[in-house]
Design a protein around this ligand. Structure first.
Ligand SMILES: CC(=O)SCCNC(=O)CCNC(=O)[C@H](O)C(C)(C)COP(=O)(O)OP(=O)(O)OC[C@H]1O[C@@H](n2cnc3c(N)ncnc32)[C@H](O)[C@@H]1OP(=O)(O)O
Ligand SMILES: O=C([O-])CC(=O)C(=O)O
Ligand SMILES: [Mg+2]
Length: 299
């Protein structure tokens, strides 16, 4: 069963035709493991990958990690076979690639529901996420985000997106519109906003700069392609001691004000009202959830 709202700072792609990577994927500390049946798998390897991922889901234990599988899109002729395998194997979330419209989500959900019924799995067990990877998809981001109750989030697929835009990836300016559209669409639907991969695995500085930018925009997390990207990403998402202390002081100040029958407090000359408190609470909740998970990883 999927969880709608959980920590998804890092979602690691794992090529579905690589048994070694599949076996070890859960040990690196990513919040979600995303087995890939799509673009990291050559056409000749598609059946092998589906078989391996099916068996991995059936036989391996992933602990607190979320399991996601990126299927091939339904129009490829492979997507339904992928769904038949991974839904039956009990994957938590299906990642639909190259989502251009709400109809793509609805079509995928219909197939998931059919497979759940046919295999005796309670309807609604399998979650979905939609990756938006084209100009068309970005323009339909809001409809996509609202297309199914099963959606846990929407994600940007920037490599395909910049190709569609006839540009290349540079300092991020080329992705600003898509990121803002996706973020706003996700928030309007109450689901997660998830950023794309950073392909230059050896450029840690560039990766951290991108992670810092998407966190500032409001994203919940990011896809990664290599275990070396997980720790720096979690570090970016970890609030500083200063931010934590400020959030705690805000919570104390508002509790004191509430006890006096007031909804507004003052902290070092700054007004503390409801939105400030909501942000402080979110920061503390994310910190607690993150440290709990990372602590377990360190033991
Ligand atoms: C545009 C898109 O669609 S992106 C999404 C699809 N792409 C992918 O899924 C690519 C996934 N990533 C990879 O295949 C690789 O990380 C590459 C090709 C980017 C880099 O490969 P390498 O330089 O060999 O990685 P590196 O040397 O850092 O690997 C270190 C260890 O981590 C493992 N590892 C690397 N990437 C992954 C991964 N994504 N998942 C699990 N394990 C991994 C390696 O197997 C290796 O393990 P070992 O030490 O036991 O042999
Ligand atoms: O979804 C991702 O981040 C990877 C991907 O397929 C793309 O960038 O086209
Ligand atoms: Mg893509």
């Amino acid at each position: 069963m999927y969880v709608k709202d959980r920590l998804r700072r890092s979602m690691m792609f794992v090529p579905g035709n690589n048994p070694g990577m599949i076996r070890d994927a859960h040990i690196y500390g990513a919040d979600s493991i995303m087995f890939d049946l799509e673009d990291s798998v050559a056409y000749t390897e598609k059946d092998t990958a589906r078989f391996l991922v099916y068996n991995a889901l059936k036989t391996l234990h992933f602990g607190s990690k979320e399991t996601v599988v990126r299927i091939n899109d339904l129009s490829s002729g492979l997507g339904i076979k992928d769904l038949e395998a991974v839904v039956r194997a009990g994957v938590q979330v299906v990642r639909l690639p190259k989502t251009d419209s709400a109809q793509d989500v609805i079509d995928c959900e219909r197939e998931i529901e059919r497979i759940e019924r046919e295999s005796g799995i309670p309807v609604g067990t399998t979650g979905m996420m939609a990756a938006i990877e084209s100009a068309n998809g970005v323009l339909h981001a809001a409809e996509i985000a609202h297309a199914s109750d099963r959606l846990i989030g929407i994600a940007l697929g920037a490599e395909d997106y910049v190709t569609d835009l006839k540009t290349t990836r540079s300092d991020g300016i080329e992705l600003l519109f898509a990121r803002c559209m996706i973020l706003n669409a996700a928030r309007s639907a109450g689901i997660a906003a998830l950023d794309t991969v950073y392909s230059d695995v050896n450029n840690e500085e560039g990766f951290i700069a991108e992670a810092t930018l998407i966190k500032k925009l409001g994203f919940d997390g990011k896809s990664v392609i290599n275990p070396r990207q997980i720790e720096p990403l979690h570090h970016v998402f970890m609030p500083s001691e200063k931010d934590l202390n400020k959030a705690r002081a805000i919570m104390d100040a508002i509790a004191e004000a509430n006890a006096r029958g007031s909804g507004v407090a003052s902290l070092k000359g700054k007004m503390i009202d409801k939105p400030v408190v909501t942000r402080a609470k979110r920061l503390l909740d994310l910190y607690e959830a993150g440290s709990k998970i990372d602590e377990v990883e360190e033991i």
